[in-house]
Structures are given as C-alpha cells and as structure tokens.
Ligand binder design. Structure first.
Ligand SMILES: NC(=O)c1ccc[n+]([C@@H]2O[C@H](COP(=O)([O-])OP(=O)(O)OC[C@H]3O[C@@H](n4cnc5c(N)ncnc54)[C@H](OP(=O)(O)O)[C@@H]3O)[C@@H](O)[C@H]2O)c1
Length: 230
C-alpha cells in the first residue's frame, strides 16, 4: 500500500488502537480520536512516531467535534485517504431490564457518529479517491432478545450500503467490517468469552480494505472467531 493518511475515531484502545499501530508500522500517517484525555495520552506515548501520529480529543457523536477533527487532520497531513468510523460501545443491558438513561450516548455514538464522519470526510475522500470504513458487528447481522446495541449495529449495516450507493458515483469506496467477539475493553465488566479473538485480525481486515487497487471496492468483511455460536 502506498503511504496514506487515515483518520480513526475511537482509537485509544481495542480495535481502533491496534489498527492505528498496524498502519503506523506500515509507514502510514494516522489521526486518532477518543473522549478520555488520559487514555489518549497513554496511547500516544506508547505508540511513539509523533511525526506520523496526530491525537485529538473529540466525541464522535458531536458534529462540531467531528468536523473539526477532519479539518485538523487534513490541515496537519495535507489530505485524507481514509476515514474509519470505529468509535462505539455497548451499554450491556437490555430493553426489557435496562437503564434507559444510558442509551442515548450509545445510540448517538454508534448510529449518528458514522453519519457525521461520512458527512465531514466524503469531500476529502472524493479528492483522493479514498475509502470510508465502518466498523459494524456480527450483532448488526444477527438479532438477540431486547438488544438495543444490536439494533445500533443493524443501523450501521444499513448505513454502509446507503453510503456505498452515494459514494461510489464519487469515486469513493465503502467497506463495512463486522467483527465477531474480540477481546478488548469493550467487554469490561462482562468479560470477553474464552473464544474471543485478539484485535489483530480486525486491524488486518481494515488494512486489507485500504489496500485495494484503484477501481476495486471491497464492501463487507465479517471476521468471527472459530467457536462463536452466533
Ligand atoms: N470487541 C468486540 O467484541 C466488538 C465486536 C463487534 C464490534 N465491535 C465494535 O468495534 C468498535 C471498537 O470497539 P472495541 O472493541 O475496540 O472497544 P474499546 O476497546 O472499548 O474501544 C472503543 C474506543 O472508542 C472510544 N469511544 C467510545 N465512544 C466514543 C465517542 N462517543 N467518541 C469518541 N470515541 C469514543 C473509546 O475511547 P473513550 O472512551 O476515551 O472515548 C475507545 O478508544 C466499536 O464500534 C464496537 O461496537 C466490537
């Protein structure tokens, strides 16, 4: 892959952080976001490569913050080749027996966030013939009882296809990457299942999507651990 500039939302831990580190190892320029300053600082200190890494505090559910990180990435590195809508989380409760006051930030981050990123990034991706990557989930392909997180990821599945229809006529690729169960802080409290994969295969899948030759659009990649029952 020729050297690219890639913006990843929510990349201070887990899948986003591993993807950022893999891209840096391969010589790319990477911009990352997160909400927590301490987590962002720890990530930046551990990753090194300050000449090719830009970190920004931003809430992916907020329009002004999202517009600002896209603008700052382009100003800092000169262009944008790919944007990865990765920021997301699961409240872990269910609609039948949950805490409704915690649902709005999850829905806004997981559903509105990728749309805001697309709106801000598409003009820059059109300029480079770039790619938008959405991190969905197997939970966006399969239902489970009363699972609002799953519904947010079904929304991501739909958004990826309607963005593909919009973007392909503008020379932009769109890829939906659906992780199965991955051992990251996402599972904090509940504990990741024993068969969960490390984040590395998902980072490799994102790199594979970004590595497609001109004119090739790779649209959906689903990566489950062997043993995942859903
Ligand atoms: N782990 C799995 O089994 C699994 C499976 C399928 C899909 N996924 C998806 O993969 C993506 C990454 O999850 P992960 O497993 O890597 O979890 P993670 O380790 O908890 O990482 C989530 C990252 O997103 C950031 N974040 C959360 N909300 C944000 C917001 N509103 N604005 C900006 N940053 C935000 C977090 O940092 P701050 O908290 O500091 O903001 C963190 O850097 C998510 O979309 C998740 O739904 C995960």
């Amino acid at each position: 892959m020729t050297s690219k500039t890639v913006l990843i939302t929510g990349a201070t831990s887990g899948i986003g952080a591993h993807t950022a580190r893999l891209l840096l190892d391969r010589g790319h320029r990477v911009a990352v976001t997160g909400r927590d300053e301490t987590k962002l600082k720890t990530f930046l200190d551990e990753a090194g490569r300050p000449d090719r890494l830009l970190g920004m505090i931003a809430d992916a559910a907020d329009w002004e913050a999202t517009e600002s990180v896209v603008t700052r990435t382009v100003e800092h590195f000169g262009a944008l080749d790919a944007a990865v809508a990765n920021a997301g989380f699961m409240t872990g409760d269910s609609i039948g027996a949950g805490e409704p006051t915690s649902w709005a930030p999850m829905v806004l981050t997981n559903v509105l966030g990728p749309a805001l990123l697309a709106h801000a990034a598409l003009p820059h991706l059109e300029a480079t013939g770039g790619r938008l990557v959405l991190i969905g989930s197997v939970a966006g392909l399969k239902n489970s009882p009363g699972n609002l997180y799953s519904a947010t990821k079904w929304a991501t599945t739909g958004l990826a296809e309607n963005l593909r229809l919009h973007a392909t006529t503008r020379g932009i690729g769109v890829t939906l990457v659906n992780p199965g169960m991955i051992d990251t802080p996402f599972w904090e409290g509940a504990g990741a299942p024993p068969f969960a994969l490390p984040p590395q295969p998902i980072a490799e899948a994102v790199c594979h999507a970004l590595d497609q030759p001109a004119g090739v659009d790779i649209n959906t990649l689903t990566i489950r651990p062997i043993g995942q029952p859903v």
